[in-house]
Design a protein around this ligand. Structure first.
Ligand SMILES: [Zn+2]
Length: 101
């Protein structure tokens, strides 16, 4: 097990893990269950963390997370030549899906 990142909240941690798993990376969330007992812990002790099962997947996972953090500014170039901006996962022009990262 390897700690990859700390997420600002559980919703984002869940999104990150879903994305990593879709990419074939075995990730899990740790610590979020402490939320119920958070009253006595400093805030940074209660944040969800993303852990990887396989250390060799770390570089790829970091790349995926970096892309997720940049989501609002994300754009990609479709095979039809259109530049798709605004976080859309499908080309507005030809409906091709966003290419895999
Ligand atoms: Zn297109």
């Amino acid at each position: 097990m390897l700690r990859l990142a700390q997420a600002p909240n559980i919703a984002i941690a869940t999104l990150w893990i879903d994305t990593l798993r879709e990419a074939g990376i075995d990730a899990s969330m740790q610590r979020y269950f402490l939320g119920a007992a958070a009253g006595h812990l400093p805030p940074d002790q209660c944040l969800p963390e993303i852990w990887l099962m396989h250390e060799e997947q770390k570089a790829r996972a970091q790349t995926l997370l970096a892309d997720l953090r940049d989501l609002p500014q994300r754009s990609w170039l479709c095979a039809c030549g259109e530049k798709v901006e605004g976080g859309f996962e499908e080309c507005w022009s030809c409906s091709r899906p966003m290419p895999a990262i």
